[in-house]
Design a protein around this ligand. Structure first.
Ligand code: SF4
Length: 240
């Protein structure tokens, strides 16, 4: 779609309004050249972006990702620093005392549900997958407490398998602000992003958007003056 000039800044403003929420039509900002420019800027700013959940193997990353729902990675890392010393395997989590585990993961919030998910996923890994975290989207989604976001984190970061794009709260917000998707449902946003981001970039792109969301493009008061995507961004949330 042909970009329209703004009278404020030299940004590639789209011909149509960015307020068309919930529409399935491709966002106006998905012009391949613009997308390539955004990817280049993200590479420039975050060449080494990676998952910030501390883990030593795929199983620990799975557990940490389950615990990270509605919680910061910093808090999860604090909890798992002691948790993984006590529970060293899927067997240990599967046979945990649920009341004890609830208390141990309580600081991450939603601890009752998370305990069920952690123990359920550990049991399923033991009973259905020989003690190993499965490596396909189809299989990993059968684990209790695992939806696409968690599956993409584990498959991408632990195994280097690009099965999709992680859409957490940061990716959701940034995809909208950068007009890469006009959907609000994470599943639809992921589909939109998978259409326009080259597959070999899926894993890194997820990490980079999450880093950008945490460090610069915060939900409230984004630091647009410090943002290297500023010239490519025409979000109504811009602060410059
Ligand atoms: S210019 Fe502002 S709103 Fe746009 S991506 Fe950068 S920080 Fe976010």
């Amino acid at each position: 779609m042909t970009p329209k000039k703004t009278n404020k800044r030299k940004t590639s403003k789209p011909a149509k309004s960015t307020k068309a929420r919930g529409k399935t039509a491709r966002a106006a900002g998905t012009n391949p050249k613009r997308v390539a420019a955004i990817l280049a800027k993200l590479d420039e700013a975050y060449p080494n972006a990676t998952c910030e959940l501390k883990h030593e193997n795929a199983f620990q990353l799975l557990i940490s990702t389950i615990l990270s729902a509605q919680c910061t990675d910093v808090r999860v890392n604090q909890v798992t620093a002691t948790l993984y010393k006590k529970y060293t395997s899927p067997e240990a989590f599967a046979h945990a005392n649920p009341r004890e585990l609830e208390l141990e993961i309580r600081p991450t919030g939603f601890f009752r549900n998370k305990t069920k998910s952690v123990m359920g996923a550990s049991k399923a890994i033991l009973e259905k997958f020989g003690g190993q975290v499965p490596r396909t989207m189809e299989e990993i989604l059968t684990l209790p407490g695992v939806a696409r976001k968690t599956a993409n984190v584990v498959l991408g970061t632990a195994f280097g398998i690009a099965s999709g794009i992680v859409v957490d709260t940061h990716v959701q917000r940034l995809a909208n602000r950068l007009d890469l998707s006009r959907n609000e449902d994470p599943k639809k946003i992921e589909q939109d992003l998978m259409q326009i981001i080259p597959r070999e970039k899926w894993i890194q792109f997820s990490h980079q958007l999450i880093w950008h969301g945490r460090r610069v493009c915060a939900a409230r008061k984004p630091k647009c003056a410090e943002c290297n995507l500023e010239k490519l961004c025409y979000s109504k949330d811009k602060t410059v």
